[in-house]
Design a protein around this ligand. Structure first.
Ligand code: ATP
Ligand code: MG
Ligand code: MG
Length: 379
């Protein structure tokens, strides 16, 4: 027993709270919104900004350990909390994950290949860019997500314009790579240094947002899978990381494996673990922060996850309408997860649908049928 706190009240915090409550913990959620997905199901809410000293003090006073669900939670808030109670992951690890330049440097330090890149913080650095990095993608070093804060550039002139467009904030220019497909791996590490991992999942993005996750990854060789797991474990161990960490990889057309970025928390591509594994990524987050034993998770069913974005609530340009859940739930092996958000907006993550079954082909058939019922593009 005890009380576990989470910074951030979104869907990741909500699913964390579900897992913590299942294991008998009280939960406290800190979020500025009183009706957030996690806050509305927690035992206690601290309704303040993430850097509000009094809010942080209240959180610290009522919890035995704290984690974060919000990728851009200010690292100073975590550092301040850590003076009073265990915080997982630690401020320093989160700070590395929040900054693409530091993140890529960490990959290099771990001997993990990543896209050739240059840091751009000044005009001089912009002028001096190696033209071999073009065509490339200019990404803001901080605060980007779902493909926001990124501009594709093909020439030095376009690079200049793109940096202006992004507000001349610190950026990373990455060479554009020839992707065959994308995968990610989720690992968990506790204070004792025990490390466990999920199998790799294959991810399909649409308009920069994760759309479909398939596990086992249909196109991945066992050799690349082992290499990605080894890389993610080295990345976590070298950071002294405690908690759940997701590392995204590209598999290139030439067969090589390249790390893209990492997230210091459970990840959208790991939501299938709720229904297809004997331990979910959220339970591992709870176990890691609470000092409970970590066990190697077992995938007991192939799975496909369909992300449910707010667009589905506005089919045919009508007023907001609930999608046809009854038809979806009539199919075998469908597991619907809705996050309790008050209103839908295009692009907003409203929920996800996991499909499990006896075989990968059966899961695919049912997922295909679900996509049709929901008006999603085919798989
Ligand atoms: P997330 O929502 O996953 O945090 P993000 O906004 O942080 O996304 P990235 O993951 O860096 O952005 O990039 C988004 C997508 O853009 C990738 O999943 C990939 O499809 C494509 N992409 C990014 N970098 C490259 C690259 N160097 N070469 C080719 N494609 C890329
Ligand atoms: Mg990202
Ligand atoms: Mg990404």
């Amino acid at each position: 027993g005890g009380t576990l706190g989470v910074l951030g009240g979104g869907q990741l915090g909500r699913m964390f709270a579900h897992a913590a409550q299942q294991l008998g913990y009280r939960t406290v959620v800190l979020d500025p919104d009183s009706d957030s997905p996690a806050g509305s199901i927690a035992h206690q809410q601290v309704q303040t900004d993430y850097l509000d000293a009094q809010g942080l003090a209240t959180l610290a006073a009522s919890c035995d350990a704290v984690t974060t669900e919000f990728e851009n939670v200010p690292a100073p808030a975590l550092a301040r909390l850590a003076e009073q109670l265990p915080v997982a992951p630690a401020a320093e690890a989160v700070a590395v994950c929040q900054d693409r330049a530091r993140e890529k440097q960490h990959f290099r330090d771990c001997g993990v290949p990543c896209a050739p890149f240059a840091v751009i913080e000044t005009d001089a650095q912009l002028q001096a860019v190696d033209p071999g990095l073009l065509p490339g993608i200019l990404k803001t070093a901080r605060l980007g997500y779902d493909g926001k804060g990124q501009v594709r550039v093909a020439s030095p002139a376009a690079l200049q314009a793109a940096w202006d467009e992004l507000g001349r904030v610190p950026c990373v220019l990455e060479q554009r790579l020839d992707l065959a497909f994308e995968v990610s791996v989720i690992v968990a590490r506790n204070v004792q240094g025990e490390l466990v991992h999920f199998p790799l999942q294959q991810n399909l993005h649409r308009d920069g947002i994760l759309a479909v996750t398939t596990v086992p990854a249909p196109d991945l060789t066992a050799e690349l899978q082992a290499r990605a797991i080894g890389a993610a474990e080295t990345i976590a161990a070298t950071l002294g990381y405690v908690g759940v960490l997701c590392v995204e990889f590209f598999v290139l057309r030439d067969g090589s494996l390249v790390a893209n970025e990492m997230a210091p928390r459970p990840h959208n591509s790991g939501h299938y673990t709720l229904d297809a594994c004997d331990v979910s990524q959220f339970e591992l987050q709870v176990r890691a922060m609470a000092g409970l034993p970590l066990v190697a998770p077992r995938l007991h069913s192939p799975a496909i996850m369909l992300n449910l974005l707010g667009d589905l609530w506005f089919r045919d340009g009508q007023a907001e309408t609930e999608p046809p859940w009854e038809a979806v739930l009539a199919l075998p092996g469908t597991h619907l997860h809705l996050y309790g958000k008050r209103s839908a907006r295009p692009g907003r993550k409203m929920g996800h649908l996991n499909i499990t079954g006896a075989s990968a082909s059966q899961v695919r058939e049912v997922a295909q049928r679900c996509a049709e019922l929901l008006g999603l593009p085919g798989l």
